[in-house]
Design a protein around this ligand. Sequence first.
Ligand code: PLP
Length: 315
Amino acid sequence: MMLQKSDNEVYTIIQHELERQRHVLEMIPSENFTSVAVMEALGTVLTNKYSEGYAGRRYYGGNQFIDDVETLAIERAKKLFSVEHANVQPYSGSPANQAVYFALLNPGDTVLGMELAMGGHLTHGYKLNFSGKYFKAVSYGVDKTTHRIDYDDVREIARREKPKMIIAGATAYPREFDFKKFAEIASEVNAYFLADISHVTGLIIAGVHQSPFEHADVVMTTTHKTLRGPRGAMLLVPKKADRLHDIYHPASKKDLAQLIDSAIIPGLQGGPHNHQTAAIAVAMKEAMEPSFKEYGRQVVKNAKVLADSLISGGL
Ligand SMILES: Cc1ncc(COP(=O)(O)O)c(C=O)c1O
């Protein structure tokens, strides 16, 4: 064990965390446990390499194998989600969302997302986040009695505020998102539609949650939640022909995929984390297995049993 010998302090902390993870019941929905194969890919020499740019167009030499791994990850993402374009370079979910803002909007433009206190994410327009500071953020929430998104309310806000982008997705919303309804509203007000599926990606793959791919202009997912991969994120652009939601917007004349790619680099990031890309590729291979679908179905079954038990326990 090299680490134990060279830096026993860090090694010991990691061992403590391993024991903690083994002995607690982790109920945090944004977390998961990666496979050993994913961990192995993460801890590799790929972390040593700089590769700013995209496959075949790098600003550094020696990237023939990095190109291979990134291309493999992209091809797997395209297959797994049946999309036209995938960018696997975002460092994590927040920079991935940021890249979408930068790709599609101008500072000061209005965005409509779910309010933080109602379950939305910081990057969906929170006032102390870049999304609330540099953009005009308006928000929707949940109905106070049903605790579900009130789509009539979303429509009303959208008609009133005329956002340039509507975001569906949340950090704390234990209900299904109706992506079709969001798309209809976005179409009505000529807004881009970003589906942030970070929390439900694994469930979508398993077929137990509505898919956003026929409806959204851009889909963002983190890779470390229900997808069960390493920390990271992907930006996915559905096939234009498959998209029911069609908008007219000056930027939409340009290729969305190209806008997304250039928002990541040179817009926002430098060198991609290649070890992370490799581990995301491994996680996607695992997600293509029939057992992953079974896992997704089981997550929903377990959640229902937990909910029923909490309710019958008086909560
Ligand atoms: C819906 C949603 N979007 C984006 C993010 C941001 O991801 P990250 O923490 O990787 O920046 C999260 C994280 O919890 C999230 O729940």
